[in-house]
Design a protein around this ligand. Structure first.
Ligand code: IPE
Ligand code: IPE
Ligand code: MG
Length: 272
């Protein structure tokens, strides 16, 4: 299915407006939260909530690809989520398998490159196989990079990086004084990704829950009160508009940011 031919005129015009009037984030990270509460409020089982959550994943992935967002990272399962009742963990793993089986063809046909971060070796073998196959099939694609954070936690990735650095020091590959922020980042599983510009969390919770801890140092955070199963493309557009209105100062003062953007405009004029 070609995602670009099925869009309504209204949606196309909303996306065009975003492209023209907003500074688009290069990398969006989403903490997809609230499946269980959504289900409870609708008198459904948590499983139904997770199933409905997949519909939101589909819509948001498509919308990001259509708008031309280069990177989307979805926090689908944390390392801490293994502590949930085993029946729920089983349901989530089955749904992951179902999603991968069903979506790979579509993702590939729409030029999406799939990546995964997290302790992938702890996932069921069947899921691992599907995941590696999907990553391989889509590896040459040049559109949206969709990263699934699975069995992931930010602290786990940081500790893992420290261990690898320690090994490299022992082997004489690097010296402790060579370690910079850039070098450290290159040991993280996210080394191929730019830092997230915008992190969205649904269901009103105001915490990171171990998502991209190092990478989110200067991310803009947007909290939606909607539960994940009801968060759809129009909510994404609202989040992007909100992001676009923010002033990212990275420690500087406002006047410096204005001066830099004036300079950029002038440079563009001179180049023309
Ligand atoms: C998000 O929804 C899905 C995962 C964390 C896997 P939850 O399952 O956390 O739903 P709530 O937060 O209990 O409502
Ligand atoms: C965060 O949701 C993890 C994912 C969305 C995968 P949780 O529901 O696990 O977070 P907490 O426990 O409420 O912080
Ligand atoms: Mg939750």
């Amino acid at each position: 299915m070609d995602w670009y031919s099925e869009q309504t005129d209204l949606d196309l015009s909303k996306q065009n407006e975003l492209r023209l009037s907003c500074k688009l984030p290069k990398h969006i990270g989403i903490i997809m939260d609230g499946n269980g509460r959504w289900a409870l409020e609708h008198g459904l089982t948590r499983t139904e909530g997770h199933k409905q959550g997949i519909e939101s994943v589909r819509d948001i992935v498509k919308a990001c690809a259509q708008i031309g967002i280069p990177y989307l990272t979805l926090y689908a399962f944390s390392l801490e989520n293994w502590k949930r009742p085993s029946s729920e963990v089983g349901v989530l793993m089955n749904l992951l398998e179902y999603y991968l089986k069903k979506e790979i063809k579509d993702l590939n046909e729409n030029n999406v490159r799939l990546l995964a971060i997290g302790k992938i070796s702890s996932l069921p073998k069947k899921v691992q196989r599907l995941l590696f196959e999907a990553i391989d099939i889509t590896s040459k694609n040049t559109g949206l990079t969709l990263t699934l954070a699975l069995s992931y936690s930010g602290r786990w990735d940081i500790v893992r990086a420290v261990q690898m650095i320690a090994h490299d020091i022992r082997r004489g590959k690097i010296a402790p004084e060579d370690i910079t922020e850039e070098i450290f980042s290159s040991y993280l599983q996210t080394s191929q990704l730019p830092d997230p510009d915008l992190i969205i969390r649904t269901s009103g919770e105001m915490r990171l829950s171990n998502f991209l801890l190092w990478e989110s140092a200067y991310s803009e955070i947007y909290i939606s009160n909607k539960y994940w199963p009801e968060f759809r493309r129009d909510d994404l557009y609202t989040a992007i508009k909100d992001y676009s209105r923010r002033e990212r100062r990275f420690g500087k003062i406002s006047a410096q940011i204005h001066e830099a953007s004036k300079q950029n405009v002038e440079n563009v004029k001179i180049e023309k």
